[in-house]
Design a protein around this ligand. Structure first.
Ligand code: ADP
Length: 504
């Protein structure tokens, strides 16, 4: 088998010759071409044969009419009555008597030429005599092996009453057979040339068609994890292969993005984790070498604890997101009065808002009941509120609105701030994992860029939608649509039902 193994220039990838696309394409092409040629040949050969035999039959029928005119019976013996001085009649006579047989009604031969060739037995003669008209019989071979078409039937003499005799005459089919045979030979000969030629053509054409596939495979082979930005150049033919190349390039681009994201993420995570770790280490070292009183030790420990807290929250966020994205986080859905939850969370954010002199208000239309996981909805709200407060300067405002949406199926939750806003070029990416906008004033990046990806995951997991509108320097509005719970059979948990109407 090794002899038939074809190597496409790629060491790892061997394509067995007979299983290769090129062989299969060329083979199918040659096979169907041969089939077509053979079918055409058979069809035309058959038509020609029928046509030529039809001609012979017509001549035979004319012969039959002439023979009946030439044969006379004298004393129950047949006589060929023709003018021996007329060259035409002589010619007709010799054609008619070339192959013939005359018998009496019992099948006794009276006159014949090449009698055995016709090989009629008495029974067959009787059967034909019983027929009302003469018939053309299937071709028979004579003693020389030549095929003849035979017409046989009844002739009557002048006796009163007339007596029946059996007459059979034949015409050779040799000429038409020769013509058909010759045509068949020529056709087969031309097939012997055409089929190998067409197979060769199929082989060359399929080779040319597949050549770009091989170069694509070659190019793909050269792409590795570290050069994912490398593209296979499109051929510009606009064909299926170009579509394949395009899809392949898009796939590598997506993979490249993911790789880049993972790489950035590792850098970000190590950076994020390093800062509090360095701080803890510093505080502990300072305490170890300089602290003397229990208060100084306590201060160092409190500071270190704060940083440990920060570390834990980063790790928690990462863990949560990876659980959410790998489908391990199962939602505990219950019937929830969203108004009550919103008021609770807004309440919790009043202190940080006041610290930044930000007015935090909520306006709630009662009756926004959804089927949701309370913990996740609270997480969603706190992520959005903490962002709103974080990115809104002092004396700004943050407003939360909950009410009916345009569609009766949804409730609409809006969180709007008068903060720094998001530049249009960053807007499409803010829900991406690890995407953070650099602060233009401090030129620093804060956070891990996980908050909004988590928010969007929560919204999607509840069958909702989220969009954002923002103008740099004017503020940002997040709008979330969550499906209402239409089924009143779900009980509302007691703690979610206890809510206030509005809060300023
Ligand atoms: P992080 O957890 O680091 O804040 P997020 O995913 O919550 O990350 O937010 C991504 C980016 O979106 C942030 O870096 C910030 O620049 C921008 N952003 C989010 N919310 C707001 C907002 N209310 N106003 C302005 N910018 C915002």
């Amino acid at each position: 088998m090794a002899r038939f193994t074809r190597v496409f220039g790629i060491p790892e990838m061997r394509v067995a010759f007979f299983r290769g696309l090129r062989f299969r394409l060329a083979f199918s092409y040659a096979f169907f071409f041969t089939l077509l040629l053979v079918a055409i040949g058979v069809f035309y050969r058959q038509s020609l044969k029928t046509q030529l035999e039809g001609d012979v039959q017509r001549l035979l029928e004319e012969d039959w009419g002439a023979a009946k005119g030439y044969i006379k019976f004298v004393n129950a013996q047949p006589l060929w009555d023709y003018d021996k001085s007329d060259a035409e009649e002589v010619a007709t006579y010799s054609q008619l008597t070339h192959l013939y047989l005359i018998t009496d009604a019992s099948g006794n031969a009276l006159a014949y030429d090449d009698y055995k060739s016709l090989s009629f037995d008495a029974d067959e003669i009787k059967r034909i005599l019983a027929l009302p008209q003469a018939v053309v019989l299937p071709p028979r071979r004579d003693t020389d092996g030549e095929l003849n078409l035979i017409m046989a039937g009844k002739v009557l003499d002048d006796h009163k009453p007339p007596r029946p005799y059996f007459l059979a005459i034949g015409r050779s089919l040799a000429d038409s057979q020769r013509t058909v045979g010759q045509l068949t030979r020529y056709y087969i000969l031309s097939l012997l040339v055409l089929i190998p030629l067409s197979s060769l053509l199929g082989w060359v054409v399929s080779g040319r068609a597949l050549q770009p596939v091989n170069s694509v495979a070659q190019a793909a082979q050269n792409i590795t994890g570290s050069n994912l930005s490398m593209k296979i150049p499109p051929r510009g033919a606009g064909d299926e292969l170009d579509r394949l190349i395009d899809s392949f390039n898009r796939m590598t681009a997506r993979l490249g993005d993911s790789f880049e994201q993972i790489r950035r993420f590792s850098t970000d995570v190590s950076h994020e984790l390093r800062t509090p770790l360095t701080a803890i280490r510093g505080q502990l070292e300072v305490a170890l070498f300089t602290a003397e009183t229990p208060d100084q030790y306590r201060d160092a420990m409190v500071n270190a604890l704060e940083d440990v807290e920060r570390l834990s929250s980063i790790v928690r966020a990462l863990l949560l997101l990876s659980q959410a994205e790998s489908g391990q986080l199962v939602l505990q859905k219950a019937r929830l009065d969203l108004g009550a939850v919103v008021l609770d969370v807004v309440d919790q954010f009043q202190i940080p808002a006041q610290e930044k002199s930000i007015t935090l208000t909520a306006s709630i239309t009662p009756g926004s009941v959804i089927l949701a996981d309370r913990i996740q909805i609270e997480r969603l709200l706190s992520n959005l509120l903490s962002n709103a407060i974080k990115y809104t300067p002092a004396r700004g405002g943050v407003e939360v609105r909950l009410g009916p949406a345009d569609s009766p199926v949804y409730v609409s939750l809006e969180i709007e701030d008068t903060g720094v806003g998001i530049a249009p070029e960053n807007l499409p990416h803010i829900f991406d994992r690890f995407y953070r906008v650099r602060n233009p004033e401090t030129n620093r990046i804060h956070g891990l860029g996980l908050g909004l990806s988590f928010v969007s995951w929560i919204v999607e997991a509840h069958g909702g939608r989220i969009d954002v509108a923002s103008a740099a320097g004017e503020g940002t509005r997040f709008r979330i649509l969550l499906p209402r719970d239409a089924d009143a059979s779900h009980p509302i948990p007691a703690e979610a039902a206890a809510g206030k109407d509005s809060l300023h």
